[in-house]
Design a protein around this ligand. Structure first.
Ligand SMILES: Cc1ncc(COP(=O)(O)O)c(C=O)c1O
Length: 408
């Protein structure tokens, strides 16, 4: 038997079934007309943002990294609750423009921005987080061609990483950002060229659960920003300090101690130098805002035995849930939180493997999980599905197509 991850708070049973925002899973599937279905809870997103606001110092602004989940109704809902949106492509730019978010509130990071993307971002008044000197020159040339002043920030490749993070995006050679020691010179160059300088972006990693590591990284980030600004001889108008706040996906994961992060940051902010004292300070988060607010519902279409093991075969799988299948940056596959949604309050009575409908051994939703006995027609719920589910899975694989999505 292998344990499943912890089911996030905020999910109850109604009439024996899993309920999301007070609606029974079967009711939601009926409304959507099909499975697989992602359901995102407005109230859980709202509660999460309120908790962030109360734990973080007042001066910290909150950006949502839309790569975590860009489902338009959810994006529209979150956009009204946060201070800004971070995008990573021209496609994401179109998404935020489609819901009417002003370019002033948007910043665009990511290596390999094409000329068309730079042009669309500059025309839309979006801040470009520059990933290289070359990108800076291209952005300046495009600004000149358009007769517009580009809003430019520099993404720094710091010489430290976010310890304990699932994905490290700083420390040593990286395709992201400009190496810290070259940033002061680049600041001088882009300011001399007449851009609107929008400060620095320092993103060191993602999915960190250890608050002490987050605290240490935030302190390092502020120190580095201070050093760079002093060397460049210019106070920073803005600093995006990254984020990396993780959520508990697996058995034994302890939730991030958000209050410790907020309190420590508050203390550190009491000692800001002149270089940072006026800066607008941002954190940018994706999964922490939406991850636990989403559930993936898939229906069991077959129940079979093989060499003494039970397989519950669903109509979903890795084409919507690459991360839960263990194929999105995981070294050792472990079970996400998962339950039989239609028997949510039933006691476990068998050990079963839950798999998807793709013809590949990679397509696993749970290995040897202890579950209530489930039959064909029952619904399975995969939790922590609000981030990097629909937006980060290969839905075209085997011609399966995307899952339905719903915000309730
Ligand atoms: C630049 C940047 N910002 C934000 C994020 C969002 O990370 P998370 O969803 O873990 O908060 C990422 C993730 O890789 C990133 O690369």
């Amino acid at each position: 038997m292998k344990p499943v991850g912890p089911i996030p708070a905020g999910y109850d049973a109604i009439g024996g079934e899993l309920a999301i925002s007070g609606h029974r899973a079967s009711e939601l599937v009926e409304q959507a007309g099909r499975t697989p279905l992602f359901v995102y809870s407005k109230s859980l997103v709202e509660q999460r943002i309120a908790r962030l606001r109360s734990a973080m110092p007042d001066r910290i602004r909150l950006n949502y990294a839309i790569k975590a989940n860009s489902y338009a109704p959810l994006l529209d809902f979150v956009a009204d609750l946060v201070d800004g949106l971070d995008i990573a492509s021209g496609g994401e730019l179109e998404m935020v423009q489609a819901i009417g978010v002003s370019g002033e509130r948007v910043s665009f990071a990511g290596p390999g921005k094409r000329d068309e993307e730079l042009e669309a971002a500059i025309s839309g008044g979006v801040t470009l987080n520059l990933e290289s000197e070359n990108e800076a020159r291209r952005a300046l040339a495009i600004g000149e061609k358009l007769g517009m002043t580009p809003r430019l920030a520099i993404r720094v490749n710091p010489d430290f990483e976010l310890k304990g993070s699932g994905m490290k995006m700083g420390g040593g050679a990286k395709p992201f950002g400009v190496d810290a020691d070259r940033v002061p010179t680049l600041i001088g160059e882009i300011m001399a060229a007449g851009c609107e300088f929008r400060g620095l972006h320092i993103f060191t990693g993602s999915q960190a659960l250890n608050a002490e590591f987050v605290v240490e990284t935030q302190a390092n980030t502020l120190d580095l920003a201070d050093r760079i600004a002093s060397e460049a001889g210019t106070a920073l108008p803005k600093l995006n300090m990254g984020g990396g706040f993780g959520i508990a996906y697996f058995h034994g994961d302890e939730p991030l101690d958000l209050e410790l992060v907020g309190d420590s940051l508050g203390k550190r902010l009491e000692n800001l130098s002149d270089m940072l004292i006026e800066a607008e300070l941002f954190i940018e988060l994706g999964r922490y805002i939406v991850g636990e607010a989403g559930v993936y519902l898939t229906r069991i279409v077959d129940r079979k035995e093989s060499h003494g093991e039970t397989y519950l075969v669903t109509d979903g799988g890795l084409h919507h849930q690459l991360a839960a299948s263990g194929n999105f940056g995981t070294v050792v596959r472990r079970n996400y939180p998962l339950a039989i949604a239609s028997r949510f309050d039933a006691e476990p009575e068998e050990v079963a493997n839950v798999v998807g409908c793709l013809c590949t051994p990679l397509d696993r939703l749970a290995d040897k999980a202890h579950l209530p006995r489930a039959e064909v027609g029952d619904l399975v719920a995969v939790f922590c599905a609000g981030a990097y589910g629909a937006s980060a899975s290969p839905s075209a694989f085997l011609g399966q197509g995307p899952a339905a999505e719903m915000l309730v």
